[in-house]
Design a protein around this ligand. Structure first.
Ligand code: NDP
Length: 506
């Protein structure tokens, strides 16, 4: 039964919507003819079935992408023409935001209004990269040899493999898809097994925009074997991975097979540092947005609040005042402020971390359990743990849930030392009214993104990415084009003299 996402029956149906793979411009059954259910986190019920891609399906998709890269209309298009297609895709997404947002919300449990907000901004990424399409150029080199004319050009890489997680499926796909296509590559995407639906809906728009078959392919399924086969495939030239460190280690080993270029967007344990001269009301909103927005399931979650001792009690009081009023509930309701976690495994992980935190001697200031009135979905209360230092696992490891650790500091040097004292280095927030201090701390803090008196701001123009356990490479901004192209150096001998005998030394 074909259902429309506008109907409220979508997540209540027993006759589940079924998704196939998208390979070479066609919707195809998986080679093994197997499908698996995708669940609605707000109800715990299956709402659609997704094709279980096999190694054979992955090979078919990569072969199609390889063929499209070398031999299709895509290969012979000008950069300007490719840019127009990317722009058109952005326009089509803009026309379908409500539907796509509902698919995301039903599949990953994030608030419909958050997904709507995120998706409304998505077309801007396509417009931004479309504008860059015919500005990807090399340089003429002032070479130190008189008769040589030497220049560089930037060329697409070939087949890109994109692996994405479940927390912001379309946003995280866009960060790969838009620059990869703009640069002239073809792509095979393996979304998270938990949240494939919105991407499969978006692919219908790729088709409508007029991309030639094989340029964009989607193989749904599990990390093993689909993701694993894809990232090790000999024809893949670049792997763009977003996810956790464990899977990333597999991917790093896989790219040792094909020597594909690799970018890794992994997790974080990001600090929000609140100085005594900060606007405390703003800072408290920043902390809450950083860790309780998306129920903490965000790579840049500000999961550590480092508070100056002088304002410690005040901030805690303001934090508890606001989070005790957070409306937890059905993500499809417009008045809900916090939804469930995306999977039962994620809920279990959060519960285990809370038990661990207590066993380690942490003190719970707020929350710490599932809300009593919401026992069916995978909900968890906003939770605050208080710590005197940062030696516990709760203050060091990524939880990916609504759990905040608060730790006091006494001066700027101690704040920086605490901020840098984890193996992650993705994002950091600094809250102060002192411009010089903001610059000093921004320079010293180990993070790929630093926000001053704001948190979680994003833009197509601004790169994101980290170092250490947070990965490497950057997405977003014009720098991303470099991640999807390679330089070619061309030497032209202008001399009219004959080539010298290479064995006669001059
Ligand atoms: P996972 O690492 O479990 O999965 C990410 C993707 O990798 C999924 O599509 C998964 O497939 C796939 N995968 C798993 N094993 C392999 C393998 N051996 N080879 C290739 N692909 C594989 O992460 P989650 O989905 O649980 O996402 C949460 C993580 O993502 C968190 O650590 C978070 O911090 C990080 N993240 C980072 C962001 C950033 O921009 N830095 C943004 C958002 C999230 P399957 O679904 O079958 O497991």
């Amino acid at each position: 039964m074909e259902q429309t996402v506008k109907g409220m029956s979508l997540d209540r149906s027993t006759d589940l919507k079924k998704y196939n793979l998208y390979i070479n411009g066609e919707w195809v059954e998986p080679a093994g003819h197997e499908y698996f259910p995708s669940y609605n986190p707000a109800t715990g019920e299956a709402w659609c079935e997704v094709a279980k891609g096999t190694a054979e399906d992955v090979d078919k998709a990569v072969q199609a992408a390889h063929h499209a890269f070398l031999h299709s209309d895509w290969a012979s298009m000008t950069f300007t023409e490719r840019g127009r297609l990317v722009y058109r895709l952005g326009e089509l997404i803009a026309e379908n935001i409500e539907e796509l947002a509902r698919y995301e919300s039903i599949d990953n449990g994030k608030l419909i209004r958050e997904m709507r907000g995120q998706l409304r901004y998505l077309p801007e990424f396509f417009y931004y990269y479309a504008g860059l399409a015919d500005k990807i150029h090399g340089h003429t080199l002032p070479i130190d040899k008189q008769d040589m004319f030497t220049f560089t050009s930037r060329e697409p890489l070939g087949v890109v493999a994109a692996i994405t997680p479940w927390n912001s499926p379309l946003y995280l796909t866009t960060l790969k898809l838009a620059p990869a296509l703009t640069a002239g590559n073809t792509i095979v995407i393996k979304p998270s097994e938990m949240t494939s639906a919105s991407l499969l809906e978006l692919v219908k728009l790729v088709e409508k925009a007029g991309f030639p078959p094989g340029v964009v392919n989607v193989v749904t399924g599990f990390g093993m074997p689909a993701g694993n086969t894809l990232t090790a495939h000999p024809l893949v030239r670049k792997v763009a991975f977003t996810g956790g460190a464990e899977s990333a280690r597999h991917v790093v080993r896989n790219t040792a097979e094909n020597f594909a270029q690799l970018s890794l967007e992994l997790g974080g344990k990001s600090p929000n540092i609140i100085f005594e001269d900060a606007d405390l009301d703003n800072a408290v909103m920043g902390i809450i947005a950083g860790i309780f927005g998306a129920s903490g399931q965000s790579c840049v979650a500000g999961s550590r609040a480092l508070l100056h001792a002088d304002i410690y009690d005040q901030v805690i009081e303001k934090l508890i005042d606001r989070i005790s009023r957070i409306r937890i509930g059905d993500p499809l309701h417009d008045d809900s402020e916090m939804g469930p976690l995306a999977t039962p495994a994620q809920l279990k992980r959060v519960e285990e971390f809370v038990s661990l935190g207590l066993a380690e001697g942490g003190k719970i200031l707020y929350g710490g359990k599932r809300p009593e009135h919401l026992q069916n979905g995978w909900y968890f209360e906003p939770t605050i743990f208080e710590y005197a230092d940062q030696t516990s696992r709760l203050t060091q490891e990524e939880i990916f849930g609504p759990v905040l650790s608060v730790i006091p500091f006494r001066d700027e040097a101690e704040a920086i030392a605490l901020a840098n004292d984890t193996e992650y280095a993705l994002a950091a927030g600094i809250w102060t009214s002192n411009v010089a201090k903001a610059h000093r701390v921004a320079k010293e803090v180990r993070a790929g993104i630093v926000w001053v008196n704001t948190y979680r701001s994003i833009s197509p123009m601004a790169p994101i990415g980290g170092s250490g356990l947070s990965g490497y490479g950057r997405e977003g901004g014009c720098e991303a084009i470099y991640e999807y192209t390679q330089s070619k150096t061309v030497w032209i001998n202008l001399s009219q003299e004959s080539m010298p005998d290479p064995f006669i030394m001059r």
